[in-house]
Design a protein around this ligand. Structure first.
Ligand SMILES: NC(=O)c1ccc[n+]([C@@H]2O[C@H](COP(=O)([O-])OP(=O)(O)OC[C@H]3O[C@@H](n4cnc5c(N)ncnc54)[C@H](OP(=O)(O)O)[C@@H]3O)[C@@H](O)[C@H]2O)c1
Length: 297
């Protein structure tokens, strides 16, 4: 925790997605590095490698990753064959470190390993062995597992091979389903990274995410819940986005929160949200709403 809150990482999954021209994307990548937040999260396959390449150019013009910025990227399956064995992890690591222009990564995660079973990942010559070897060689600080489904994350954590876990959209004001996994991980000394505290955007009031939660249509129950949250926040004079961020940033089971940033304006807004104190009365009023409905398929 930094200053009573969890670390705040900027999520670069949409960096280079075409909504900004190249110059705009390059400026945003520079801003990711110099924004004064604690880390930047990307992956080999985000925007087909452009996210890492843009961040690499920003790192190159800065001379190195700025002090105080933890860089996190992820190993991805082969985009053509879906292969996700040890060889692929090593190639993915080489691709990522080349694009980023770094030799070593403080945090490196196995990303969405949906094309293989846990047994395959754990086998000799498998993805996890390669990750552990990278850590043993000092090329990676901590190894983590990043995915959506909670039972899959729990299965990977049970192997004892991982230092960190990243879950997304499942520990927010509107979906607390990762609470047990996070508490167990913390109790075992595993670093907890909570990505997508806005549920992909709806909890920040993003027009692009209206009616959607975690990148898919939201249930009517969830939309009603978000409406009630919004009303509570409005009557307290606090933006819903500030309350949504506060929930993750100040939760004792969260080590790092990852917020997706799509523009310089969003980055500026994030600064405002981080600096908006959320009154204890509003936190209590939100708690009194009871368990959120989540967004079952
Ligand atoms: N499997 C994985 O490893 C995994 C999965 C998911 C996410 N992640 C990581 O977590 C990061 C965050 O996830 P996410 O971006 O999907 O979800 P998120 O952080 O919950 O939501 C981010 C979205 O909210 C909107 N937003 C942000 N600030 C806002 C503001 N002040 N006002 C209104 N809208 C605002 C933006 O959309 P608009 O600008 O379009 O309105 C932005 O794209 C990703 O970038 C990635 O690094 C990892």
């Amino acid at each position: 925790m930094a200053g009573g809150r969890s670390a705040l990482y900027l999520g670069a999954s949409r960096l280079g997605d075409g909504r900004l021209d190249h110059e705009g994307s390059a400026r945003l990548a520079d801003a990711f590095m110099h924004a004064g937040f604690d880390g930047v999260d990307t992956s080999n396959n985000y925007t087909e490698g452009r996210s890492e390449a843009l961040l690499g150019a920003a790192i190159s013009s800065a001379g190195s990753v700025p002090d105080g910025v933890a860089l996190s990227t992820k190993a991805d399956a082969d985009p053509v064959t879906g292969a996700f064995d040890g060889d692929r992890v090593n190639r993915s690591f080489e691709e990522s470190t080349q694009r980023l222009g770094v030799d070593r990564l403080p945090l490196y995660l196995l990303h969405d390993p949906y094309s293989i079973t846990v047994k395959e990942a754990m086998s000799s010559g498998g993805a996890v062995e390669a990750l552990v070897q990278l850590r043993g060689q000092g090329l990676v600080g901590a190894v983590g597992i990043a995915a959506g489904p909670l039972p899959l994350l729990a299965e990977y954590l049970a192997t004892g091979a991982f230092d960190a876990v990243l879950s997304h959209n499942r520990f927010t004001l509107a979906d607390r389903s990762a609470a047990g996994l996070f508490a167990d991980a913390r109790a075992r000394g595993i670093t907890v990274v909570n990505a997508a505290p806005f549920g992909g955007g709806i909890l920040a009031g993003s027009a692009a995410s209206a009616g959607r939660y975690a990148y898919r249509p939201a249930s009517a129950a969830l939309l009603r819940w978000v409406g009630r949250l919004g009303d509570l926040c409005a009557s307290a004079g606090i933006p819903l986005a500030a309350a949504a961020l506060d929930f993750s940033l100040h939760h004792p089971d969260v080590d790092a929160t990852v917020v997706g940033i799509t523009s310089l304006q969003r980055l500026q807004e994030l600064r405002g949200l981080v600096n908006t104190p959320v009154p204890e009365e509003l936190r209590l009023a939100i708690a009194e709403l009871g368990d959120p409905p989540g967004n079952p398929p």
